[in-house]
Design a protein. Structure first.
Length: 131
Protein backbone atom coordinates (compact mmCIF):
# COMPACT_ATOMS: atom_id res chain seq x y z
CA UNK A 1 0.00 0.00 0.00
CA UNK A 2 1.54 3.25 -1.09
CA UNK A 3 1.12 6.42 0.83
CA UNK A 4 -0.83 9.15 -0.92
CA UNK A 5 1.44 11.72 -2.47
CA UNK A 6 1.11 15.19 -1.09
CA UNK A 7 0.40 17.67 -3.81
CA UNK A 8 1.94 21.06 -3.23
CA UNK A 9 -0.49 23.64 -4.41
CA UNK A 10 1.34 26.58 -5.91
CA UNK A 11 -0.52 29.64 -4.76
CA UNK A 12 -1.10 32.15 -7.48
CA UNK A 13 0.81 35.29 -6.64
CA UNK A 14 -1.84 37.76 -7.73
CA UNK A 15 -4.43 40.16 -6.40
CA UNK A 16 -8.05 39.99 -7.43
CA UNK A 17 -10.32 42.99 -7.42
CA UNK A 18 -13.70 42.28 -5.86
CA UNK A 19 -16.81 42.27 -7.98
CA UNK A 20 -18.55 40.46 -10.79
CA UNK A 21 -16.01 38.76 -13.06
CA UNK A 22 -17.29 40.75 -16.05
CA UNK A 23 -16.51 44.09 -14.40
CA UNK A 24 -13.16 43.25 -12.81
CA UNK A 25 -11.14 43.86 -15.97
CA UNK A 26 -12.72 47.31 -16.44
CA UNK A 27 -11.91 48.16 -12.83
CA UNK A 28 -8.30 47.06 -13.35
CA UNK A 29 -8.05 49.23 -16.49
CA UNK A 30 -9.46 52.25 -14.64
CA UNK A 31 -7.09 51.67 -11.72
CA UNK A 32 -4.11 51.39 -14.07
CA UNK A 33 -5.11 54.60 -15.85
CA UNK A 34 -5.43 56.47 -12.53
CA UNK A 35 -1.97 55.31 -11.46
CA UNK A 36 -0.45 56.28 -14.82
CA UNK A 37 -2.06 59.75 -14.60
CA UNK A 38 -0.51 60.24 -11.15
CA UNK A 39 2.84 58.92 -12.47
CA UNK A 40 3.04 55.83 -10.30
CA UNK A 41 3.10 53.53 -13.35
CA UNK A 42 4.06 53.58 -17.01
CA UNK A 43 1.50 52.95 -19.72
CA UNK A 44 3.55 49.95 -20.95
CA UNK A 45 2.74 47.76 -17.96
CA UNK A 46 -1.01 47.82 -18.64
CA UNK A 47 -1.31 44.18 -19.78
CA UNK A 48 0.61 42.85 -16.77
CA UNK A 49 -1.22 45.14 -14.36
CA UNK A 50 -4.62 43.96 -15.61
CA UNK A 51 -3.51 40.33 -15.28
CA UNK A 52 -2.28 40.94 -11.74
CA UNK A 53 -5.54 42.50 -10.59
CA UNK A 54 -7.78 39.97 -12.30
CA UNK A 55 -6.18 37.05 -10.47
CA UNK A 56 -3.26 35.97 -12.70
CA UNK A 57 0.38 36.56 -11.92
CA UNK A 58 1.95 39.20 -14.17
CA UNK A 59 4.31 37.88 -16.86
CA UNK A 60 6.68 40.79 -16.38
CA UNK A 61 7.27 42.66 -13.16
CA UNK A 62 5.53 46.01 -13.02
CA UNK A 63 7.82 48.97 -12.49
CA UNK A 64 6.51 51.12 -9.63
CA UNK A 65 7.67 54.70 -10.24
CA UNK A 66 6.61 56.13 -6.90
CA UNK A 67 8.26 55.72 -3.52
CA UNK A 68 8.42 52.33 -1.80
CA UNK A 69 6.13 53.63 0.93
CA UNK A 70 3.53 54.58 -1.68
CA UNK A 71 3.43 51.03 -3.02
CA UNK A 72 3.05 49.76 0.54
CA UNK A 73 0.17 52.20 1.16
CA UNK A 74 -1.43 51.19 -2.15
CA UNK A 75 -1.57 47.49 -1.18
CA UNK A 76 -2.66 48.28 2.38
CA UNK A 77 -5.52 50.49 1.17
CA UNK A 78 -6.65 47.90 -1.39
CA UNK A 79 -7.11 45.52 1.53
CA UNK A 80 -8.37 47.86 4.25
CA UNK A 81 -10.93 49.47 1.92
CA UNK A 82 -12.08 46.02 0.79
CA UNK A 83 -11.23 46.46 -2.90
CA UNK A 84 -9.42 43.15 -3.38
CA UNK A 85 -10.04 39.58 -2.22
CA UNK A 86 -8.46 38.96 1.17
CA UNK A 87 -4.81 37.98 0.86
CA UNK A 88 -3.61 39.60 4.08
CA UNK A 89 -1.23 36.77 4.95
CA UNK A 90 0.74 36.84 1.71
CA UNK A 91 0.19 40.40 0.44
CA UNK A 92 3.90 41.26 0.53
CA UNK A 93 4.91 38.05 -1.22
CA UNK A 94 2.43 38.89 -3.99
CA UNK A 95 3.69 42.48 -4.12
CA UNK A 96 7.36 41.41 -4.35
CA UNK A 97 6.55 38.82 -7.03
CA UNK A 98 4.84 41.34 -9.29
CA UNK A 99 6.42 44.75 -8.72
CA UNK A 100 9.89 46.23 -8.91
CA UNK A 101 11.22 49.70 -8.07
CA UNK A 102 12.53 51.19 -11.30
CA UNK A 103 14.64 48.17 -12.21
CA UNK A 104 15.30 46.80 -8.75
CA UNK A 105 13.57 43.67 -7.57
CA UNK A 106 12.83 43.51 -3.85
CA UNK A 107 11.63 40.87 -1.43
CA UNK A 108 8.58 40.64 0.81
CA UNK A 109 10.46 41.88 3.89
CA UNK A 110 11.73 44.99 2.10
CA UNK A 111 8.20 46.16 1.41
CA UNK A 112 6.84 44.99 4.77
CA UNK A 113 9.47 47.02 6.65
CA UNK A 114 9.06 50.15 4.53
CA UNK A 115 7.48 53.14 6.24
CA UNK A 116 4.09 54.27 5.01
CA UNK A 117 4.18 57.18 2.56
CA UNK A 118 3.70 60.70 3.92
CA UNK A 119 1.36 61.54 1.07
CA UNK A 120 -0.60 58.31 1.41
CA UNK A 121 -3.84 60.30 1.13
CA UNK A 122 -3.21 60.60 -2.64
CA UNK A 123 -2.97 56.82 -2.90
CA UNK A 124 -6.07 56.40 -0.75
CA UNK A 125 -8.07 58.63 -3.12
CA UNK A 126 -7.05 56.51 -6.11
CA UNK A 127 -8.06 53.30 -4.32
CA UNK A 128 -11.35 54.81 -3.09
CA UNK A 129 -12.33 55.56 -6.70
CA UNK A 130 -12.46 51.84 -7.52
CA UNK A 131 -16.15 51.01 -7.50
Amino acid sequence: QSLPQTIKVETIKAFKLKGVQATIKDKAIDLHNSLVTKQYLNEECKKDFIKLFTGTQAENKISWLGQKGELKSFVDFLLSLGKIENCQSNKWTITAANFKFLNDDFNANTIKDTKKAKNHINIKQIVQRIN
